[in-house]
Ligand binder design. Structure first.
Ligand SMILES: [Zn+2]
Length: 489
């Protein structure tokens, strides 16, 4: 049975689906006014892993993830750059899709955009009006929170508590401070659509109520998003959708934030870690591994430091990339061991790895524990590979075959280790060479010198070359097909 932490219940519960075998799921997506950064990656990777696991368990998941393409920030950016807001949104929506694909995040089944669902939003607002949950004021339309007594239940706050901290801003025409805009009257220089209340544009929250209803119906199984959206966004979505349709999401899941250690990340410091910035120096799969190495509800650490030259460096990411290197190196060793076996070992039963990871993921998608089990299995694999006498031959072959097979299945669920090991390892070696100013051509030339020395039985000289390379961070591996090399992580 799949257990999930439901934010509204405040505890782990069994996932009971409305329709056996099928999961309807809505995740709040990105407001497209700039390049996506590590914080966006956190939320979308978390839900990607959740969906991957549900699918690996044989469930048919319909994932809807919206794109907010009309919003104050988009309009401001358009004005600053002297181009229409729609063009800004289009440009950054494209960039987001590219970046998310590069992070191995599967595209959602439906990716609706706010501006393409204005009529749906107007329809929801009309329903709310008919139920006395919405009122027009000077061309705006507001939600009347007083008419929805359970407001605050998701974030565990009462209307009275919330009321105490709320204010009516200048220019707002609402009756009560907690009321929020469903529709905003058109202002000069802003995009606007016709509506029963005059020209204007939707408030932010209404789009998710309208689009989840359009693609998932009156009620669906899971609603997800970053924990920063619990209040007010998700609270408002509930008020709108339950107010208009009587029901909404059965379970609420929220992913934790990124904890930026070291320097604080901010636009004014110019150190915003966009996904593209990470890709300049690191493998994006390492970022993915870093983010899933903690439980999706816990904060993920991402330290920004400076090197001697004052350039931004990311120690947590370096560490994750080194761990990924270990994973791929182990897979490469396993492949090299298993490939020549004829006949291949008979299909071994599932290893402890498969069982343990399955149990961890069934328990509220504990990817941190899953990564721990993967690491343990690879430590065991390396031990077995190093020591042919560790087990009788057939058992050893079977155990290694089971780990290789199950590690790849775990990788598919977590969205890691999906490339041929050599591809990752060579690209990492190239990156490390750049980082440490190691000249590949010089290394290759020294390896040729060493091979010649060995042929001439000048072993002292061969050892000298090996030691010299080692001092510069280059490790040599003598294999039956020649000498390979890597840069020590
Ligand atoms: Zn939303």
């Amino acid at each position: 049975m799949q257990r999930i932490y439901d934010t509204r219940a405040g505890k782990k519960v069994d996932l009971v689906l409305r329709e056996p075998g099928k999961v309807g799921m809505y995740v709040c997506g990105v407001t497209v006014y700039d390049l996506c950064h590590v914080g966006h990656a956190r939320t979308l990777v978390a839900f990607d892993v959740i969906v991957r696991h549900l699918r690996a368990r044989g469930l048919e998941v319909r994932l809807v993830r919206n794109i907010t393409d009309v919003d104050d920030k988009i309009i401001r950016k358009g004005n600053a750059e002297g181009r229409p807001a729609a063009e800004v949104a289009e440009c950054y929506a494209d960039a987001m899709s590219t970046d998310m694909a590069a992070l191995g995040i599967a595209a959602p089944d439906v990716e609706p955009r706010a501006t393409q669902h204005i009529a749906d939003m107007i329809e929801v607002i009309r329903r709310l009006e008919a139920r006395d949950l919405a009122y027009p004021a000077e061309g705006d339309v507001y939600y009347s929170v007083a008419g929805f007594p359970s407001y605050g239940a998701l974030s565990g706050q009462s209307i009275d508590d919330l009321q105490a901290g709320a204010r009516i801003e200048v220019g707002e025409h609402k009756k009560s401070p907690l009321d929020f805009a469903l529709w905003k009257r058109a202002k000069p220089g802003e995009p606007a659509w016709e509506s029963p209340w005059g020209p204007g544009r939707p408030g932010w929250h209404i789009e998710c109520s309208a689009m989840s209803h359009r693609y998932l119906g009156d009620s669906f199984d899971i609603h997800g998003g970053g924990s920063d959206l619990i209040f007010p966004h998700h609270e408002n979505e509930i008020a709108q959708s339950e107010g208009a349709f009587g029901s909404f999401a059965h379970y609420w899941m929220h992913s934790g934030m990124v904890n930026f250690g070291g320097e604080k990340m901010s636009k004014s410091l110019g150190n915003v870690v966009t996904i593209r910035r990470v890709a300049e120096t690191h493998d994006l799969e390492a970022l993915r591994l870093l983010l899933i190495s903690v439980h999706y509800r816990s904060p993920a650490n991402f330290t920004i430091a400076r090197d001697g030259a004052g350039l931004a460096v990311y120690p947590d990411l370096d560490e994750a990339e080194a761990r990924l290197d270990y994973f791929y190196r182990t897979l490469e060793r396993l492949d090299a061991f298993l490939a020549p076996l004829a006949p291949p070992p008979a299909a071994p039963p599932p290893s402890d790895l498969a069982t343990n990871v399955g149990a961890a993921m069934d328990d509220d998608f504990n990817s941190a524990a899953a990564i721990g089990h993967l690491y343990d299995a690879f430590v065991l694999a390396n031990k077995l590979l190093d020591d042919p006498k560790a087990m009788p031959k057939p058992e050893r072959q079977k155990a290694l075959a089971a780990i290789a097979r199950d590690a790849r299945a775990v990788g598919a669920t977590l969205g890691i280790m999906l490339r041929p090991p050599a591809e990752f390892l060579l690209s990492r070696r190239d990156r490390l060479c750049v980082r440490r100013t190691i000249d590949r051509a010089v290394v290759e030339a020294r390896i040729i010198d060493r091979t010649a020395a060995r042929k001439a039985k000048e072993f002292a000289r061969a050892d000298e070359i090996r030691a010299e390379l080692k001092a510069s961070g280059v490790e040599l591996m003598d294999t039956p097909t020649g000498t390979a090399w890597r840069v020590a992580g």
